[in-house]
Structures are given as C-alpha cells and as structure tokens.
Design a protein around this ligand. Sequence first.
Ligand code: AHG
Ligand code: MN
Ligand code: MN
Length: 341
Amino acid sequence: MSVVTLNEFIIERQADFPYAKGELTRLLTHIGVAAKVVNREVNKAGLVDILGEAGSDNIQGEQQKKLDVYADEKFISSLRSSGECCGIASEENENVVAFDDELAKNGKYIVTMDPLDGSSNIDVNVSIGTIFSIYKRISSIGHKAKIEDFIQEGTKQLAAGYIIYGSSTMMVYTTGRGVNGFTLDPSIGEFCLSHPDIKTPVSGSLYSINEGNYIKFPEGVKQYLKYCQEIDGPTGRPYTSRYIGSLVADFHRNLLKGGIFIYPKSAGYPSGKLRLLYECNPMAMLVEQAGGKATDGRGNRIMDIKPKSLHQREPFFVGSRNMIDKAEKFMLKYGHKEPKL
Ligand code: AHG
Ligand code: MN
Ligand code: MN
C-alpha cells in the first residue's frame, strides 16, 4: 500500500485554491514542521526539566506552563519564516503579534492559534493539542497586520485544523473540501494520511461536559444531561460520559465516534470558557466539514458570530448533528440563563 505524506497531500490539493496556489501549501507545511518540533518536546516532557509553571500568567489570568510558551514560540517563528503570514493571534499573547520584517509584511494571511491546548494535562501524560485557523488578511499587503485582520467571522476561515499529541500524534485539517487526518510515523518523521475524508456520525452515544460544574449550569443544560442519562432502549440512551479536559482530545474522539461536546456558559463563566477565534471557530469549521454542527446553544451558528475582541469567549456546543439539534431544543425549552449562586 502506498503511503501519502502530509506534504504530498497538501501539494496534490493545492489546485483547490485557484487564487492561492503555493501560498496555503507553504503555510500548512510550516505548521506541520512546527508541530513535529513541538511533538518532540511534548514526548520528552517527563524526562527533562520542562514541566511545571513558567512563572508567568497568560492574559486570561491562567497559569502558563513551560510547554505553552515553547509551543507559542515555535509556531510563531515557523510561521514568520514562511513568508506567507503577516501576523498571529495566540492565546498566549494579549495583543496581535504583527511581524515587522519585509518578507512577513508581504504575507497575505494571518493565523489564529491555541499553541498548547489542554495544558492542565501536560504533567500527567494525557493528550494535549494545538489548534489553528488561517484567514486572508483584510489590511493592505506590505504593511503590518492590523487588528481587523483577526476579528473576522469563522465563515472567512480558509483553513483550520489541530494537532493532537496523544497515544499517537495526528494532524487533522480542512481547507473547506472535507477533513483529512494524518498520523505521525515517528520512524520516518512524517505525517502520513491515515484518516481520509473524515465524516462524523449524525448521532452518537457520547456526551462530554465538565459535570463538576453541574450546579452552575443553565437549566437547559441540566435538563439535557438528565435526558442523556435516562433509560430509553437497547441501542440508544443512556449515553456514556467522556471528558478529558483537553478540547482537542475531546473533540477528536467525538468527531470519530459521534457525540456532543458542551462548554456552556455557567455561573463561573458567564460567556462560556472557550475562545471564539482559536478554539471554537476552527473546531466549528472542521465539524461542519465532517457533517456535524457547532452552535452557541442559542441557535446561533458559531461561524456566523461577529467577533468583537481577540480573546472573546463563547458558549460552545459541537458534535453530531442530531445531538446538537436535541440539545438546542432543551436550551430553548428550559432556558440558557446561568443561575445566580
Ligand atoms: P487551554 O489549556 O488552552 O487553556 O484550554 C483548556 C480548555 C480546553 O482545552 C478544555 O476543553 C477546557 O479548557 C477544560 O476546562 P475545564 O477544566 O473547566 O473543564
Ligand atoms: Mn485551549
Ligand atoms: Mn492553550
């Protein structure tokens, strides 16, 4: 059986972009290279002194781990040198990182990313990931990227994807023509096409939510969870609960097996926890390309939300189409207002 590497595949598919021939190819290739570098570091996380707090907080007030900083730097330097990317918005940086060298200023694209997702799982050898989106810039070429280049609706994404550093390392991405997954073969150091044209089941039996926050959830979420747990019949409910606490890992499992992932707003997080630009939107594009659905639990498609700020949070309902529709019905019937505790 012949093996198709990520680079071969990207080049094969570049005809999909009539206006952008080699450009997106180069960007995606650079993301793949940075992913391999980060993967190497993730793999030896238990061996060297790279674990633990880096001693600084990120702008969300959450503690940064050393690998967050490392991954952020590697992706930024790789994208800067691609010559196609003029700037980056990342979870780890309060402001946009707008490149000021001549090569990068001529780049036509911007990237939003969560360089290390699931960082609370680093120390305990549980799957973590990287999430990214690629957009065409709005500001004029030859100048530094501006904030408006990043505040674009998810529908404007040209490509989106993630890398999961798990029991094996995979890169899964879409350019708007389906979703394809590549598994890193460590013996040759290449991502190889292992999951062509991923489609997510229309229904599933997995629900993924942090049930420790139950008391803080809106009534609609509580009632939907009760529905998931009720006895129904031999093949249907009760559903099974699966929650890792790394969005990439939870999303990846549900994408392949069928399920629903919910991070609702709650008494603790009145706007939800996950960030629109580099967590919700890329996953929304991927899930839609795989036949699934992503909403805010109030009937709004995630990719249609007009962002107002770089680190904006949104409630996030993502997964199998029928399960999202059902959850939306519960939200409508029982309400989406978080309780006052
Ligand atoms: P990050 O590590 O990039 O800050 O993201 C953590 C996110 C996401 O990966 C996950 O779905 C969610 O936080 C888990 O939050 P809870 O611990 O509140 O369940
Ligand atoms: Mn994250
Ligand atoms: Mn992160």
